[in-house]
Every structure is written in structure tokens, then in C-alpha cells.
Design a protein around this ligand. Structure first.
Ligand code: MG
Length: 381
């Protein structure tokens, strides 16, 4: 593999910092040319000093002066509206998009339009704009490689296979911290409980999404767009150990699975090195140790978000955008202790029923739907 020039959008987050660990392990394979952060300018400044990128961006302009005063020898960009310019830098070979939320969508779209290899850790890009992104992918030789552990697993299972031979994709879910909670117990879930995930260490938004299993719903929508698979052929299953990251069953009844310890560095390095592999210093499975891998169905009663997400794909092109925006607002309100835990799915459900659009799908329509949904979702209980 030739040395790849890497731009990391969201370098101070969980995925971004792990990607930089990979760069530290492989200084001969990757060169960081751009880093961006939302507001953690102190960590961004440290990263700039260590990795000496040509560009650094801070989307929260309140911290621009602090950043400027701390680093030198780097071109500094500010404002979230300017982030897509980092995603299209001529110098960049790979754009790692680990922005959180709908804010990451335009960067993905612009990176694809400029023919980049995009390592995608921003779920919302495909959830909200999967149809538009796929249209753009057909026009350029850009590549979209998933960073999420489940989609990375699917991709690894599909290498060398014909897409026509897929019978179904089995997407695994840990079930989150409330897998065994009753409906009654779920009504009393606190922010602190929801932020404590048993298997994965992630950012706050995605940790809450894992606990409601909306995360799985969003991942089903992503899988639909990434692999062009109808939602009817995607089957979620709870697998509490998070060792099997997903499976594919083929038309002859054979299934392939991708396994490993839950460690995001594995899908991150695979996305960065794909279709090759690079060595990674990370703990391995010990197959000599007795262990059980168990599976159970998803209970849509207790985890309605999974069903809402799957149904949104059948409803309309823009319904997943409504689902996503309503969920972002609801999770935020829950984290701010404005609403109870089970109101998260209720707000999403009400928003899906309320927000309608007859406009044809484009970036502007998506933005309008996103905005309209956020206003509505912020106003209801
Ligand atoms: Mg995942």
C-alpha cells in the first residue's frame, strides 16, 4: 500500500482518536493532512502539534482565537459550513468522516463528488441521504468504505462474493445495557444508566442510541444503502457478547460471519487499508478459552426504535431523515434531562406520523425536512 494522505473529520472524538492511534502505529502508511474538531480545541491543538497537518478546522468559532494562539504552521479554517472544504482537499487520498449527526452528511457528499475514498463513520450520511449518495457514487470513481463494525463485517463477508447470491444479511446487536429490562424498568432509566454500555466505549449520542437500539435501526438503513439490499433481507439479531459483528447468508444456505473482540480499531484500520490488510497491535480472541456465543430475537415491543427505522425505509425516501432528526433531538433532550427515556421513541414515532413532504429528494429538501422535524421534535413530549 502506498502512503495515504488522510483527512480526519472529527479527530477529537472516539473514532478520530483511535484512527490517530493507528497512524502512530503506521507512520509509513499514513500521513495526516487535515484534522477537524467541533469544540475540543485543546485536544485538536495537541493533535496538530503531534501530526503536523497542513489544515486544521474548528467548527465552533468561539474557539478559533484559542486555537490560533496555540498552534502555528497550519492553515486554520473555522465554521461548520466550511467543513466540506476539508472533505474535498486535493491533497487528500482518504477522508475519514467521523462527524456526529446530520452535520456530517454534506462532507460525505462533497468528498464523493470529488472522487475521494471515504471511510465512513458518520451514520447519518447514509441514513439521511443514502439515495443521493448512491446517485453521486455512480458518477465518480469515489469509494465509500464503512467504518462501523457491523458494516465492516458485512463487507468482509462479501469480499469475493456476488451480490446476487446474498439471501440475507444478519446484523448483530449487543442489545445494550437494558436487554433484560422490563418495559416498566425502562420507564425509569436515568441518563447515567443509559450512558453505561457493557461492550463498547463510544460517544454519548451513540451510547444512548445503542441503549434504545435506534443504533441498530440506523445501521439497518445504512446497510440497505451500502449494499443495495432490500430491508426485508436484513435481519437484526441480539448477540450480547458482540463477538460476531455481522453475518451474511447466501442462496445455498451457507453463512459467513466476521468475528473478533469488540474493538473499533479493527474496522477503522480495515476501512483505511481496504482492500488490503495492515497489522494491528490489539488484543486477540483466545479460542482456547471456553465461551458461549448466544443469540436471541430483537423484542420490538421494548425496542420500538428498530421497527420504526425499518418501517421508515418502506414509507418514503425522506422518512429516514425524519427518523434521524427526531431521534437526535430526542436524545439531546433526554441527555439534558428534559424528557424521560421512553419518550425518545415516542417523539420519533410522532415525528414520523406528523412530518410529510411531497417535494422530490435533493439536498435542499433534506435540509428542510431536517429543520422542520427538529422544530417539531423539540416542541412535543
Ligand atoms: Mg455499530
Amino acid at each position: 500500500m502506498n502512503k495515504q494522505k488522510l483527512a480526519i473529520l472529527g479527530s477529537t472524538g472516539s473514532i478520530g482518536t483511535q484512527a490517530l492511534d493507528i497512524v502512530r502505529q503506521h507512520p509509513d502508511k499514513f500521513e495526516v493532512i487535515a484534522l477537524t474538531a467541533h469544540s475540543n480545541w485543546e485536544l485538536l491543538a495537541q493533535q496538530v502539534k503531534e501530526f503536523t497537518p497542513s489544515f486544521a478546522a474548528i467548527s465552533n468559532e468561539d474557539h478559533l482565537d484559542d486555537l490560533k494562539a496555540t498552534v502555528s504552521g497550519v492553515e486554520i479554517i473555522s465554521g461548520s459550513e466550511n467543513l466540506p472544504s476539508i472533505a474535498t482537499l486535493d491533497e487528500a487520498d482518504i477522508i475519514l468522516n467521523s462527524l456526529v449527526g446530520f452535520a456530517g452528511f454534506e462532507s460525505t457528499l462533497e468528498a464523493i463528488r470529488s472522487g475521494k475514498k471515504v471511510a465512513l463513520a458518520n451514520k447519518e450520511s447514509l441514513v439521511v441521504g443514502g439515495a443521493l449518495i448512491n446517485q453521486e457514487l455512480q458518477k465518480t470513481d469515489a469509494k465509500l468504505i464503512p467504518v462501523d463494525s457491523e458494516h465492516s463485517a458485512m463487507l468482509q463477508c462479501l469480499v469475493g462474493e456476488s451480490m446476487d447470491d446474498i439471501e440475507k444479511i444478519i446484523i448483530t446487536a449487543s442489545g445494550g445495557p437494558f436487554r433484560e429490562f422490563s418495559k416498566k424498568q425502562m420507564e425509569e432509566v436515568t441518563v447515567e444508566q443509559a450512558l453505561n454500555h457493557p461492550n463498547w466505549n463510544m460517544g454519548a449520542k451513540i451510547t444512548i442510541d445503542s441503549s434504545t437500539m435506534m443504533n441498530k435501526g440506523l445501521e439497518i438503513i445504512e446497510a440497505h444503502w451500502l449494499f443495495d439490499i432490500p430491508v426485508e433481507k436484513i435481519e437484526p439479531v441480539v448477540h450480547p457478547q458482540s463477538i460476531i459483528h455481522s453475518m451474511v447468508t447466501f442462496i445455498d444456505g451457507s453463512s459467513k460471519a466476521q468475528l473478533g473482540l469488540p474493538d473499533m480499531k479493527v474496522p477503522i484500520i480495515y476501512a483505511l487499508s481496504y482492500p488490503e490488510r495492515l497489522d494491528l497491535e490489539t488484543p486477540r480472541m483466545n479460542w482456547q478459552e471456553a465461551q458461549n456465543l448466544t443469540f436471541e430475537p430483537v423484542d420490538f415491543e421494548r425496542f420500538p426504535c428498530v421497527k420504526l427505522a425499518m418501517d421508515s425505509l418502506k414509507e418514503s425516501d425522506y422518512a429516514p431523515a425524519v427518523l434521524n432528526a427526531a431521534n437526535e433531538v430526542a436524545v439531546d433532550r433526554f441527555l439534558n434531562k428534559e424528557i424521560g427515556y421512553i419518550s425518545i421513541s415516542k417523539i420519533v414515532e410522532k415525528s414520523l406520523a406528523k412530518i410529510e413532504s411531497s417535494d422530490s429528494l435533493n439536498v435542499e429538501t433534506l435540509k428542510e425536512i431536517d429543520k422542520e422535524t427538529r422544530i417539531y421534535a423539540a416542541s412535543i413530549k
